[in-house]
Design a protein around this ligand. Structure first.
Ligand code: AMP
Ligand code: ZN
Length: 115
């Protein structure tokens, strides 16, 4: 999809620090990390969010990649958080489905009241 920054990353049109890649998915470092480990996992194909009729097999592949990324980033034992921001209220800013994998330090933030 044109004008999609994560499609551009998937197509290697703009650079990223790749953590893991296969035919269907790409994992790369977040440009603005919120914790020592902050990796994003995307499908190479464009889907706007997790509700965008994503094939269940691809959803399985994406979530299986979470464990691979956690292993590669060394946070299997220490733990990590998986976040999929979706839509306006979910504060999704890049409208290409992505999974955040966050870890490497104790999570500082718990859910609070909406602002
Ligand atoms: P979200 O709020 O869930 O849509 O998160 C989008 C994430 O993409 C943010 O954490 C950004 O820091 C990250 N991001 C945006 N542009 C890039 C980029 N070119 N390379 C890596 N991460 C990016
Ligand atoms: Zn895209």
């Amino acid at each position: 999809m044109s004008d999609c920054v994560f499609c551009a990353i998937a197509n290697k049109e703009i650079p990223s620090t790749i953590v893991y890649e296969d035919d269907e998915v790409l994992a790369f470092e977040d440009l603005n990390p919120q914790l020592p480990v902050h990796t994003l996992i995307i499908p190479k194909a464009h889907y706007r969010n997790i509700g965008d009729d994503v094939p269940p097999a691809l959803l399985g592949t994406l979530f299986a990649t979470v464990k691979k990324v956690a292993e590669l980033k060394g946070v299997i034992e220490s733990g990590y958080r998986v976040i999929v921001n979706t839509g306006e209220d979910g504060r999704q800013t890049v409208h290409h489905l992505h999974i955040h994998v966050l870890g490497g330090a104790r999570m500082p933030i718990r859910m609070g009241p909406a602002d």
